[in-house]
Design a protein around this ligand. Structure first.
Ligand code: MN
Ligand code: MN
Length: 320
């Protein structure tokens, strides 16, 4: 009996010239599912939990909406000159079975699912879910790689101490991640911050944690390139990219839990993500897609395109 090749060619998406895009069981971009996990260099993991949302719920339906929104994705990224699905084996690992009534239990389930993928050597790309799911995803990633640089694309700092006398939610988890030593703020950057805040101390308190920040309005004067330069200066070593879809203006992504006018255009966000090429990315997530608030479905389609850029970065990181 012949041994299987040690490095079989990656199995990519279903061939859309043979099987129409709307046919079949939904995986991200019609990639192979969990049956190929033992070969995965990159694993996509749904984290369908929104019990950490303080305002509008619904991001538990984000992973399935992003998969549906990904049907039209093709395999080659001409801007970054990489075909991520041909470069390495990318697999849709399905969803963590997140308990909708118990945040701690749901987070433990998400962490365990991500940790299994990391321990098999995969780079993990989580699809939220509200932003609180970044905390268990970071626990799993840091458990494998040690303290991580964080690149956070978000309208909000997510570093408030408590809401409703509760320490873990989608507005507090990055303060917890720093306290737990998962994130090294001195080599971390937040881009896209904006909107009304609780008082004059909000942003100073956030920066006092050690983050470098690039406000959304700074893009008006300095452009996306300057944000990418700040990231390139600050971020060293193993890095984690988190994309809160609310970094986009609600004109482009209304389907989200905490919409904040004055955000990035989709074109700016795509340029920003592409500008992160060269980071030593070990894991990433894309969160806060709440499809029920966007009857057009555009938020999920946009999220899928942003996810394709993130997968391209992960594939390039896996190559080097
Ligand atoms: Mn946000
Ligand atoms: Mn957020």
């Amino acid at each position: 009996v012949a041994e299987p090749p040690r490095h079989p060619r990656p199995q990519g998406p279903v061939d859309a010239s043979e099987i129409p895009r709307f046919v079949g069981v939904r995986t991200f971009a019609r990639l192979p599912g969990p049956e190929l996990l033992d070969r995965a260099a990159i694993a996509i993991l749904g984290a369908p939990f929104d019990g950490g949302a303080s305002f509008r719920p619904g991001a538990r339906f984000g992973p399935s909406a992003i998969r549906e929104g990904s049907l039209l994705l093709r395999g080659y990224n001409e801007a970054l000159e990489v075909g991520p699905f041909a470069e390495v084996q990318v697999v849709d690992a399905g969803d963590a079975a997140a308990n909708p009534l118990d945040l701690a239990a749901a987070h433990a389930q998400i962490e365990a699912a991500a940790a299994r993928l990391h321990s098999a050597g995969a780079r993990v790309f989580g699809l939220g879910g509200d932003h609180s799911v970044s905390l268990p995803l970071l626990r799993a990633a840091a458990g494998r790689h040690g303290p991580l640089a964080l690149v956070q694309l978000d309208a909000h700092t997510d570093t408030t101490d408590e809401f409703f006398h509760t320490r873990v939610s989608h507005g507090t988890m990055f303060r917890r991640a720093i306290e737990e030593g998962l994130v090294d703020p001195s080599r971390s950057v937040q881009v896209g911050l904006r909107g009304s805040v609780y008082g004059p101390g909000h942003h100073p308190d956030n920066r006092a944690l050690g983050f470098r920040t690039f406000m959304a309005r700074e893009i008006d004067a300095r452009g996306v390139g300057a944000a990418c330069e700040l990231v390139a200066q600050a971020v060293r070593g193993p890095a984690y990219l988190t994309v809160d879809i609310d970094v986009l203006d609600p004109a482009f992504a209304p389907g989200t839990g905490t919409p904040e006018p004055g955000g990035l255009t989709t074109r700016e966000l795509l340029a920003l993500v592409r500008g992160l090429v060269g980071l030593e990315l070990v894991a990433a997530d894309l969160v806060e897609v709440a499809p029920a608030y966007d009857a057009s479905g555009a938020t999920a389609i946009t999220a899928a395109s942003v996810a394709f850029e993130v997968l391209s970065l992960l594939a390039l990181a896996a190559r080097s």
